[in-house]
Design a protein around this ligand. Structure first.
Ligand SMILES: [Zn+2]
Length: 110
């Protein structure tokens, strides 16, 4: 099931989600509790084609419900707001500053 994170939290050891981030539940034991306690909400559309069109962070590839949430994710990469631990975990997804994603962010004034 695809859901939106309603707050920042660590979903599991591999995935730290941010508010507004769209991700797929991985059938963990406490998935039901996440829904019950409103850490996440099920997306209205579970259509993968629709979900693929959501705003995507050019740095880490995370999907978001809204452009501004995606832009915030990009700004956090640029400002180094992520903790060293998270940067280490995401190291494989980091793109060089001269990449197109970085240029888009600078053009957007982020
Ligand atoms: Zn990101």
């Amino acid at each position: 099931m695809f859901v939106t994170a309603l707050r920042d939290f660590n979903y599991d050891t591999e995935l730290q989600v941010k508010t507004g981030q769209v991700f797929e539940l991985r059938n963990h034991q406490n998935d039901g509790l996440l829904l019950k306690h409103r850490h996440v909400a099920a997306l209205d559309s579970q259509d993968p084609a629709m979900i693929a069109k959501l705003p995507r962070c050019g740095e880490c590839g995370a999907l978001f419900e809204n452009d501004w949430q995606r832009d915030r994710c990009g700004r956090e990469h640029e400002s180094g707001a992520l903790t060293a631990e998270r940067q280490e975990r995401r190291a494989t997804h980091v793109v060089a500053p001269q990449s197109r994603a970085g240029q888009r962010l600078r053009l957007a004034g982020a």
